[in-house]
Design a protein around this ligand. Sequence first.
Ligand SMILES: Nc1ncnc2c1ncn2[C@@H]1O[C@H](COP(=O)(O)OP(=O)(O)OP(=O)(O)O)[C@@H](O)[C@H]1O
Ligand SMILES: [Mg+2]
Length: 451
Amino acid sequence: MKLLIIEDEKITRISLTGILQREGYEVSTAEDGEEGLALFKSLRPEIVITDLRLPKIGGMDVLQTILSLEPRCKIVLITAYASVDTAISSLKLGAFDYLTKPFSPEKLLSILRNITLLQSALDENAELRNRLEILQEKNIIGSSLAIRKLKETIAQIAHNDSTILIEGESGTGKELVARALHKASSRRDAPFVTVSCSSIPESLLESELFGHEKGAFTGAIKKHIGYFERANKGTLFIDDIDDFPLSMQVKLLRVIQEREFIPVGGTANVTIDVRFVCATKINLKKRVEEKQFREDLYYRLNIIPIRIPPLCDRKEDIPLLVDHFFRKHRAEDKIMLLTHEIYAALREYDWPGNVRELENIVERMIALSFSGAIDLSVLDLSDKRRGGRQRENYADYSSFDEFIAKKEAEMLEWAMESCQNNVTSAAKLLKIPRTTLSSKIRRLLPHLKVH
Ligand SMILES: Nc1ncnc2c1ncn2[C@@H]1O[C@H](COP(=O)(O)OP(=O)(O)OP(=O)(O)O)[C@@H](O)[C@H]1O
Ligand SMILES: [Mg+2]
């Protein structure tokens, strides 16, 4: 810990310095108030021990100036017996403690120990508060186990610089999580830069990422700072990393490992301090198996994977999200228009577009609710849109033929129902010969008894 002693008596200065250095403090000294303040400004010590009576600027003024510059600085005043009153009023002004001359080294050391104890309690407290804030992350909505775990993970990993891979279908909140990670980290005041690999043509990607020098290639009319450098001190969010061209993956790997690179057309290395957060909508491991993604890069990115489950696997989050989006779009007064039927329909639906689709639906509900009610039919949460992901359990079928037969029967039943059991019309609907339909019905739907 850095400590500054401001004391005009040489002998006290020297003896205190000796004692405190032996205790492991990094000690600097000043012999008057002016020098003391100047040293404080340049060294920013955590603790200042200052005499009250000092040449040039007195101890009280030193105290007040230091606290206005750094309210967290711990200041111990040394006074002669006669000025105890002043010392007490200094406590009111924010000094940590005071000592009356003469004092024993033990007395001073015990005050310093208290400072250390207080400081570690304060640090711990700040850390806890920060964790709590992250856990209460207001932007990531959801009460499902998956979302609670996600927030816990963000709180745990935000502070180190490890590379993160976020996997999740479209609209599950990957970018939201990447931003939350940035906000929860000590990089929060530095830039959060997004680069979407799928929207930059392969031929431009290198100079967009690495930047280029003036004249590096035809058209490079001036120096260009790339994404890596723009994200310096902050976070670089590489979206759709699975689209990252195979030919450039080794270069990316090198930047992630070394945190340095050479811009296109440049000669000197540029060093960066960047946290990498990558996202993918697809299973990146599969891309590795297909030899479209380098295995070494995959392992480098996958140090801490975060998987955001699709909304259909955490439908308990829907009511909270709906509520959130009504508020976000300033329509909280319309939440009461939501009926049980609407909630049931929202729960039934499978949400292939995940949270983004839910937000769109909420916007549509708001836009179409001027009549004072929300009509379920306008939401278009129809069965045909669902289906997509709702897979059957194919293991229930003993063979492929059995599955086909069941599907065939279902379609025939539908066609016959639609045509009031008129085989000729049903055959037309299905675009198959009438005789074929008849024989299929005899085989698959014997109860219909057609000839
Ligand atoms: N848990 C959540 N709480 C609140 N809003 C969410 C949540 N998840 C997603 N959203 C919102 O849904 C929208 C889509 O999220 P985001 O852009 O982060 O998804 P994404 O996974 O990056 O999608 P894509 O793969 O299509 O780029 C955003 O408006 C985001 O704020
Ligand atoms: Mg996204």
